[in-house]
Design a protein around this ligand. Sequence first.
Ligand SMILES: [Zn+2]
Length: 175
Amino acid sequence: MSKMPSMPLPEWVELRESAIHGSGLFAAKPIPRGTRILEYVGERINKTEGYRRAMRQLRRAAKGREGAVYIFEISRRWDLDGNVPWNPARLINHSCQPNCETRIDRGRVWIYSKRRIVPGEELSYDYGYEVDFYQDHPCRCGAPNCVGFIVRRDQWPKLRRLLARSASPTPQACR
Ligand SMILES: [Zn+2]
């Protein structure tokens, strides 16, 4: 079934169809909490180029094509574009209740488990998107606490205000 035959995968994970979106990475065996599962690799680019590519990826998302933005800030000078075929970590989906997280260590990005993960569980992390473009990134993670859009956790209160405002016929109503 693999569409990416030459992509090396670490022993922890396998590629499968995802209920969230497209393909995903799944635990191939029990993964202890705090495991460095795989590196998020890509092309190192400067900030100007990183900004340009992030905007291009956002525009594609706005047109309903490919929904993700793959640019990571790895330092004050450099960004990382993970949208390359040799980066299996780009297939990890976002979740509002993720079991993994990214950590940046000396310019390299790693996917770590936040808790113990059982075999067959899909890996996920918080994509950390700003709330500004939330409408272009609907979330289908299925978590009980899903906010409906891919937005970084610390901006959920702002997202909830925006959603309440757009749903309310009388946005200025007092409470
Ligand atoms: Zn969600």
